[in-house]
Write a protein that binds this ligand. Structure first.
Ligand SMILES: [Zn+2]
Length: 383
């Protein structure tokens, strides 16, 4: 394979200068005005590059959402490559003048949000510019959201709207553990169960009571029996609360569960099993509520092919691309759940996301931007 875009094609000095400006504009998720100031800057750069910009006013108190598109042929209504990014950070305003100043130490460049994920947004814009210059089969939509760090509540509908028109989704969240990209994320479900029995005096009328704690104990064993490490299923009873006093047969007991599920079919299977659980004693009742919080992001066959394509390109650039699965969530969960082949973790390499040690590895910027640009150039509509 001969790549059309080389690492040397990236102007690293210009990229770093712009990145510094972005990091110095602090953007905590809950400060819409601050997030919008950076959105202004991104919009300016996008327009300079002759990309289309669709700016949607923020809702729920968050900043605006930016949709940046590469030029389309006249009348084009086919699918596109969706690049997902966010410009909010977990760091409060003032972090840069206190605990996490912008500074370089060898290959490490520190600053709030630099790794998660301002470098990634900038790399995506740069990759789109390069790909546009060299040619690419599918148009690209870069969707930049203002609230990923707090669950993407205000932007999820638009992420899903773009995903429905996407042949692929590339998420420029930071790379993990030495440049790995994320090929699968488990889904997370939360359940609450209330077990109800009948109270009675433990000494005087014990036979009148129906112990909710005893029934809950039996239920916990049934729930935990659903754990299956070989299938990636985790069911955890995180808390248990019940009873009113030592000498009273307990009338009520409450459980809180955390479920991690590798794919949608498994999620449905396990959640159905939990919802169908019934008490042995007819005088006991279970009230079971809960659902998926973020859908699982399992690697599909098309997702595996997308990874192979990226790995081939990476090899040409001297990057050993490795995939990994994680238990955490990102906006990639939403696109993958809609059946869009998704690769996540294509942003900068580094470490310390969400901490005062947050940094990127400067040496990763140009090669990974070239990877992104070549990937964009090489993808066509054979999803
Ligand atoms: Zn992030």
């Amino acid at each position: 394979m001969t790549l059309s875009i080389k690492t040397d094609d990236i102007d690293l000095a210009a990229l770093l200068q712009e990145l510094r400006l972005w990091v110095e504009m602090e953007t905590p998720s809950n400060d819409a005005a601050a997030v919008n100031r950076l959105a202004d800057r991104v919009e300016l750069l996008a327009r300079d590059a002759h990309f289309s910009v669709e700016r949607t006013t923020g809702t729920l108190g968050f900043g605006d959402i930016l949709g940046v598109g590469t030029p389309r042929p006249e009348g084009y209504n086919g699918r596109s490559i969706l690049v997902l990014a966010h410009i909010d950070t977990v760091h409060a305003t003032g972090t840069i003048s206190g605990k996490l100043p912008f500074r370089q130490d060898g290959d490490r460049l520190y600053g709030p949000g630099i790794y998660d994920m301002k470098a990634g947004v900038l790399m995506a814009l740069e990759a789109m510019k390069l790909a546009t210059k060299r040619g690419h089969a599918l148009p690209v939509d870069l969707l930049i959201v203002p609230d990923e760090e707090v669950g993407s509540k205000s932007s999820r509908p638009m992420i899903e709207e773009f995903a429905r028109n996407a042949a692929y989704a590339l998420v420029v969240e930071p790379a993990r553990d030495g440049g790995k990209i994320v090929t699968a994320r488990k889904g997370v479900a939360m359940f609450d169960i209330t077990v109800r029995g009948r109270a009675a005096h433990a000494g005087v009328r014990p036979l009148d009571g129906r112990s909710a704690i005893r029934a809950a104990a039996r239920l916990v064993l049934a729930l935990e029996a659903l754990n299956d490490p070989s299938r990636g299923i985790t069911v955890t009873t995180g808390t248990i609360q019940g009873g009113t006093g030592r000498n009273t047969i307990p009338a009520e007991c409450r459980l809180q569960l955390d479920l991690r599920l590798p794919d949608t079919a498994t999620a449905v299977e396990i959640m159905d099993k939990i919802r169908a659980m019934t008490p042995v004693d007819p005088d006991i009742t279970f009230e079971i509520t809960g659902d998926l919080n973020r859908p699982p992001f399992a690697q599909s066959e098309a997702g595996a092919r997308l990874f192979d394509e990226a790995a081939k390109i990476a090899a040409e650039l001297g990057i050993m691309l490795e995939g990994m699965a994680t238990g955490g969530g990102s906006d990639g969960n939403f696109t993958a759940a809609l059946g869009v082949p998704t690769l996540d973790g294509l942003g900068a390499d580094g470490a310390g996301a969400h901490t005062y040690d947050e940094h990127i590895l400067v040496s990763s910027l140009a090669p990974r931007t070239a990877l992104l640009a070549n990937l964009i150039s090489s993808l066509d509509s054979r999803a």
